[in-house]
Design a protein around this ligand. Sequence first.
Ligand code: RP5
Length: 176
Amino acid sequence: ILGESESIPSTLASKEKPLVGIIMGSDSDLPVMSVGADILKKFGVPFELTIVSAHRTPHRMSQYAIEAAKRGIKCIIAGAGGAAHLPGMVAAMTPLPVIGVPVKGSVLDGVDSLHSIVQMPRGIPVATVAINNSTNAALLAIRILGAFDYKWLDKMSQYLNTMEEEVLGKAEVLED
Ligand code: RP5
């Protein structure tokens, strides 16, 4: 079911068996979601990226959600805009952790997406990041992987150290 979409550059997906699945409701979400994909690439996390729409391709969505764990996916990042039901629907059909990225549409500034994703009724959790913040979705996915493989925790610690050094460097410049 994961044939390459014509609208998605194949370079965005890794050759290794993916651990993280990035899905999005439309190719119009790609500019937002590819930022998170780049983070996974930088960390060396094998991932896949494809379009799965809850309302336009409901059968593909259920197949994706049902088969993800069996295929070795450990965490799903789902981005969607508007009445953003994709992350919640996928979470309802898989025991895997699902991280939702509210994508800002042309109206309502993305608050519609945010509320749709963050307001999941009890029983089906979706970890929700800030509007358009696929960076944090990717970082959270890496932390989840790190709970089972210290390799990712080490990389995350290095990332945090580098970030701290960068900010301290800027602070020093201001103090001079
Ligand atoms: C959602 O509708 C998608 O996630 C996208 O954010 C939004 C608009 O989709 P397009 O009309 O641009 O395809 O399903």
